[in-house]
Ligand binder design. Structure first.
Ligand SMILES: [Zn+2]
Length: 332
């Protein structure tokens, strides 16, 4: 087998090597992306595990540090590419949603551009150096620094290739978060794939976005949940020995709706993740900076609160919550 190269990391069979993908400066500063390649001795699938697309989502970032330490190349079939922190500018500068220099959301600019702004150049580097080299991809998120959530994943039922969609469904069930949002709205344009995992999916590579953790704080429980998910995916793909596991009774969420703020002001949430709400129920209030109520935000449907913004800063058009209809077990 020839060595696999990702950025400065070059791994031959049986090696675990870390390095950096260089992202040159453009109209804004350059950066780099820390990556690890764990190359098994035997030919097999190439799995990409990505953390830190949003820099203030630390549970998956710390989880992948443990995965790097815990996976022995000698025991592995195939290759794991770990993107330890995809969005280093956002991580270092502690930004929520957007990069510090271009104010763009990295998970909205895929497949990126080599001559674009920093977020677009990072996306392009990940597309060409990671997504183009993998067979399967898990994009590991959590609630951002301002968001509390109940763990869940997205199944991208894209509709371009039923086989890829079915494999992505199995990956979601394997990762092990039992609440799974069915997403049928993914963009199908390979040149405007928008999201990291969708960029793999439109290229015929089964991919899942996971959400476990929140509010910028890595808890042991959420780090462990992310580690468990990554290890389960490797066993499912027969990259590591051990039993294959899948969620036995998934709670499919269909439909789900992101509720956005109608105003800029101070946000006062009235619900918590996993709360059941009826259509019209109060999700939270927006006040002005003096504390006077400007407007109330109501749930658009009967459903369950999947995530809710729990910090006060709020801009018009920003998400405040996602509410979804959680179907009964085996209801799909
Ligand atoms: Zn995220």
């Amino acid at each position: 087998m020839p060595p696999l190269t990702v950025g400065s990391a070059v791994a031959r069979p049986g090696e675990k090597v870390s390095g950096f993908i260089n992202v040159p400066a453009g109209t804004d500063p350059g950066t780099e992306i820390p990556v690890t390649i764990i190359a098994g001795r035997h030919v097999g699938p190439v799995l990409a595990l990505i953390a830190g697309i949003h820099g203030s989502e630390p549970s998956p970032i710390l989880a992948l540090q443990r995965v790097r330490a815990g996976v022995d190349a000698a025991a592995l079939t195939g290759t794991v590419i770990i993107v330890q922190v995809a969005n280093l500018p956002s991580f270092i500068h502690r930004t929520v949603y957007r990069g510090p220099w271009d104010q763009k959301n990295l998970n909205r600019v895929f497949p990126g551009r080599p001559d674009g702004t920093a977020s677009e150049r990072i996306a392009h580097a990940i597309t060409t150096q990671v997504i183009d080299r993998c067979d399967y991809l898990i994009d590991m998120h959590s609630g951002d620094g301002n968001e509390a959530l109940r763990p869940y994943s997205y199944w991208n039922q894209l509709g371009l290739d039923d086989h890829v969609d079915a494999q992505a469904r199995d990956l979601a069930l394997t990762f092990g978060l039992d609440h799974i949002v069915i997403d049928r709205g993914g963009p199908r344009d390979i040149n405007a794939s928008v999201f990291c995992s969708n960029t793999a999916h439109v290229r015929g590579k089964p991919a899942v976005t996971t959400e476990a953790g929140g509010v910028g704080v890595p808890t042991e429980e959420m780090i462990a949940l992310n580690v468990r998910g990554a290890m389960r995916v490797m066993r499912h793909l027969a990259m590591l020995p051990g039993p294959r596991e899948m969620v036995a009774h998934p709670r499919w969420i269909d439909p789900a709706e992101v509720v956005v703020s109608p105003e800029t002001g101070t946000w006062h949430p009235a619900v918590r993740p996993d709360d059941h709400v009826v259509k019209g129920a109060l999700l939270g209030r927006l006040t002005d900076y003096f504390g006077e109520t400007v407007t109330e935000v109501a749930s658009p449907m009967d459903g369950t609160v999947i995530y809710i913004v729990v910090s006060p800063a709020m801009g018009a058009g920003e998400p405040v919550a996602m509410v979804g209809k959680v179907l009964p077990p085996d209801g799909h």
